[in-house]
Structures are given as C-alpha cells and as structure tokens.
Ligand binder design. Structure first.
Ligand code: ATP
Length: 330
C-alpha cells in the first residue's frame, strides 16, 4: 500500500479571531495534479503554507509520504514552492538562478550546471541560460521559476497562483504546458488558484474551498456536473439557481447550466419568459430571461443572426429534466 503524497488531518489555523483554515481533512495521491480552488480569503494559500512549513497549524497534522512533518521546519520537508512573483534574483543569469538551490545544498559545480541545464530543457528554455531575468518575457520568467523548483527534484511541488501575473492568452498556453510538464516529471503538483476554468483545465482532482473549509473534492467533470452544494454550483462555471416550487412545481433547490437551456427546443421541461438582455460574446451569446414564474435565467446560445432582435420579446425556454442538478442534501 503506497501512502498518499500528502495527508492533512483535522487541520486548523487561526490568526487571532480569523479562522483561516477551519478543519480540513484531505489526501492527495502520489503523482496527482491537485488544485485548491476558492475565492479570495477562503484559506487555500494558508493550507499551502502549512504544507510547506511556513506556518504551523493551530491544530491537526500534516503527513508527507506517510511521515508526520507537522513539527518539522520547511527545509526538512520534501516539497518546493513556486510563488506568483517568481522571486528570481535579478543580478544572476538564468542558469545561476536555476542552479542556486543545488549550490546552497553543496552540489558540485559541474553537476549543478548539468542539472540546471536539464531543468531548463524541461521547460523549453535551453539556450536562455546566459540571459538575465529582465531580458525574458513574463511567461519565460515563470518557466525559469518552475525550472528552479524542478532542479531540486522534490516529491511535491506547491504552486501558489503561479500564472496569476500572466495575460489571458499566455496563461492558457502555460496551463497546457504545466499539465504536460507534470505528466512528464511525475511529481505531485498542488496548485492554488481562484480561477475555476484554470482548475478544471489542468487538474486530476479539485478541492473547492469556502471560508476555511472544503466544500467538495472531485474530478473536474464531476465537480461541474454534480456540484455538491449551491456554493460549488455557483463558483464552478455559471449556474442558474432557483427554487423548484417556483419553476418546476416541486420542492427543493436546483441548478441548471446555461448551455443546457434551449429556445423553444424539445426538452421535457418548459417555462415561458421575457428576454431582458442579449449579450454578444463572440462564439456565444448570452440571453438573460425573466421567467413569468419569477426567477431570472441565463441562457447560452451559439451566436447567430437574429438573436439580438429577441430583446424584450416573449420566449419559451426548454430543457431536459435530466440536466437539472438537485442541490438539497439528503
Ligand atoms: P487569496 O486567493 O486572496 O490568496 P486565500 O484563499 O489564499 O486567498 P488565505 O491567504 O489563506 O486565503 O487567507 C485566509 C484568511 O486568513 C484571510 O481572511 C486572511 O486575511 C487571513 N490571513 C492569512 N494570513 C494571515 C496572517 N499572517 N495574519 C492574519 N491573517 C491572515
């Protein structure tokens, strides 16, 4: 039986009256790409810092590969952290930046140079070793920061919003690269982000945080298709949330994804309403529809001529009852 890479048990961290982490139990498997997703202030960064050993918990334990490291300092934990601001040394070359960790650990000149070059190759920056960080683009600097972490060959890489400073296009490219890199090196990645799309794109599993607790842990598709709570349904993707007795004539709270609703299609549920807004967004157009029964629903349509003319017009919305997500806990 192999131990999980990380096991958190009853983890709590308070800063005075603020319960930043309020009882977290979690196991992350060896080699997993695991994301911690949640709004600002939900405690994800604090959990990461607890794993790294930069904070010590108010209660609970942290195990790495089965060993209890709760009371051990950061340098006695086999984890490396990549920060959002990269923390590169501006006066050193890229190669020296990457070779810094092995140098501090007393690895000989020749070997650390070889290791640094190998790490730079793995992030596709071979040939950039002689440059200074200032002579690189944002995405390249991010890759140097990754190489600098990988060169230590940790068992676990902790990444705190590492793509946060990049523009959207570069960010999307780096998401694909990071995932490929993780597969290639086989290291456990724990990735903190507040961007749900990013978490869904890259992760094997995602933990959704709210107010210092985990709301749900699941694979991306399950999180999207079977959110366990109204919070998860609203935070992961866009959801229409409504009370069943208003719209469906039965009790309970429900979520319905905008792409599952059609204009006068042939689903087994239907509701009349009036289009309040038509918002063009490139490939898709969002219609905001006020149902006669009360709730306001967002409907996603493939953009097409004529949609704009629907503003203020009555429409009939349809969907399949199998697409409804029931949110009430048993
Ligand atoms: P973000 O996405 O903004 O980084 P987060 O989910 O990572 O948010 P944390 O940084 O873990 O959230 O913070 C959780 C809570 O703990 C917040 O209310 C924060 O203000 C508080 N907190 C974090 N660190 C400290 C500290 N050193 N002293 C006091 N309060 C802190």
């Amino acid at each position: 039986m192999s131990e999980p890479a990380i096991r958190l048990t009853g983890l709590r961290k308070s800063f005075g009256a603020v319960h930043a982490v309020d009882g977290v139990d979690l196991e992350i498997a060896d080699g997993e790409f695991f994301s911690m997703l949640g709004p600002s202030g939900s405690g994800k960064t604090t959990v990461l810092r607890l794993i790294a050993g930069f904070e010590s918990p108010t209660a609970g334990t942290i195990e790495l590969a089965g060993a209890d490291v709760t009371r051990r300092p950061p340098y006695e934990r086999d984890v490396t952290t990549v920060f959002q601001d990269y923390a590169l040394f501006p006066h050193m070359s890229v190669l020296d930046n990457v070779a810094y960790g092995p140098r501090v650990r007393g690895v000989g000149r020749r070997e650390r140079r070889e290791r640094a070059e190998e790490a730079l190759r793995s992030v596709r920056l071979d040939g950039y070793g002689a440059r200074r960080p200032a002579q690189l683009s944002g995405g390249q600097r991010q890759r140097v920061a990754l190489a600098r972490a990988l060169v230590n060959r940790p068992r676990v890489l902790l990444l705190d919003e590492p793509l946060g400073a990049l523009d959207l296009k570069l960010r999307e490219e780096m998401q694909v690269e990071l995932k490929a890199l993780q597969r290639q090196v086989g290291i456990t990645f724990v990735f903190v982000t507040h961007d749900q799309q990013e978490a869904l794109t890259m992760s094997d599993r995602v933990a959704v945080f709210a107010a210092g607790r985990i709301e749900q842990v699941a694979a991306p598709a399950e999180l999207y298709e079977r959110p366990a709570s109204p919070f998860v349904a609203g935070f992961v993707g866009t959801s229409n949330l409504f009370a069943g007795d208003e719209v469906l004539g039965r009790p309970g709270s429900f979520a319905l994804r905008p792409e599952k609703i059609h204009l006068d299609g042939n689903g087994d549920c239907a509701a009349p309403g009036t289009v309040a807004e038509v918002v063009y967004a490139g490939a898709f157009t969002r219609l905001v529809v006020d149902l006669d029964a009360g709730p306001r629903l967002v409907v996603l349509q493939t953009s097409a001529p004529g949609l704009d003319a629907l503003r203020d017009r009555p429409v009939r919305l349809t969907w399949n009852s199998s697409d409804l997500i029931a949110l009430d806990k048993e």
